[in-house]
Design a protein around this ligand. Structure first.
Ligand code: CA
Ligand code: CA
Length: 312
């Protein structure tokens, strides 16, 4: 009876050591994953970067470009290829690569066709699940409400908005937009205008066609299409006016799934954001797995020692 109690005490001691070591290791791994993406580490940091498939500028799948020659070659103009968020210390760069950028009416920004919305979920579980204005004709996942909006359009239409605590959406003046290289739109947002991006932020990046007379500057999608409207959608109000969406290539939240709409369910597109979240979750899982492995090894080692002692 006495001997059993002594063994139990030793086991508890050994387990405590293993637990402390495991916690230290877990903390180390968490720290490591934070270090990789901490924006303050260098003068210039890519806070978030993601590519988008080539040639998916057809909305949920079947949208077609307007027929007017100014939309030539009737593809690629709204094909988002990559999105980057770069922290430069005093300013943030939001960069969007496209298949092709043309400027048929010489807009001062260097692009004419692109009408992009970047909605950002920067503060957890707080914000809005509808777009600021009707235009894209989508809703956002209730788990990830947005609280920052960067609106990109030619002819002076590029603006930044911050959702204040009282739910008032306030324009923050001072953003710049232009084309760099052949096919990149860069928005420069000073730290005085919006908070500098963090690795935890989530992004909705919506690409539509620009139309100064359309709802919030979006060129609409119809069933038949025409010279100045997209085709391949519906004349009802369920189809979105999003031609390309930054989304995973496959899976339950790929572009086709997100932009799908249903007449039966009277349901339009529901969007899900992208971000570094999945990556850090993976790091957490790896860390947790290692802890479990170490803990298991510790217990095994303790048991073996006890059995050896008993045999002796
Ligand atoms: Ca694309
Ligand atoms: Ca896409």
């Amino acid at each position: 009876m006495k001997r059993v109690t002594r063994f139990d005490l030793r086991m508890v001691g050994e387990l405590a050591v293993v637990l402390v070591l495991s916690l230290l290791l877990f903390g180390y791994f968490r720290g490591q994953s934070a270090l990789v993406t901490t924006p303050e580490m260098a003068g210039e940091t890519v806070v978030f970067s993601m590519t988008d498939p080539v040639g998916d500028d057809g909305g949920p799948g079947d949208y077609i470009y307007p027929q007017h020659p100014s939309f030539e070659p009737h593809r690629s103009l709204l094909d988002l290829l990559a999105f980057r968020v770069i922290n430069k210390g005093e300013v943030a760069w939001y960069e969007l690569d496209f298949g092709l950028i043309t400027n048929p009416w010489q807009a001062p920004e260097g692009f004419f066709h692109q009408r992009v919305d970047i909605y950002i979920d920067s503060r957890d579980k707080w914000g809005r699940v509808l777009p600021a204005n009707p235009g894209a004709n989508v809703t956002f996942a209730p788990e990830y409400p947005w609280d920052i909006w960067i609106r990109i359009a030619p002819w002076g239409g590029t603006k930044a908005y911050f959702l204040e605590k009282d739910d008032k959406l306030i324009e923050r003046r001072g953003v710049e937009v232009g084309v760099v290289g052949d096919r990149t739109i860069r928005v420069i947002v000073p730290a005085a205008v919006l908070p500098l991006p963090k690795s935890t932020w989530r992004y909705y990046v919506l690409v539509g066609g620009y139309d100064g007379f359309g709802p919030d500057g979006y060129r609409v999608v119809t069933a038949r299409g025409g010279d100045w409207v997209f085709g391949g959608g519906t004349d009802g109000n369920l189809d979105s006016n999003v031609i390309d969406l930054l989304a995973p290539r496959s899976g339950k939240h790929d572009q086709e799934a997100q932009l799908a709409y249903s007449f039966e369910a009277k349901q339009g597109a529901i969007l899900y954001p992208v971000g570094n979240v999945h990556e850090s979750n993976a790091n957490l899982l790896i860390g947790g797995g290692l802890v479990a492995l170490l803990g298991g090894a510790g217990v095994f080692w303790g048991l073996r020692r006890r059995i050896k002692k008993n045999d002796a």
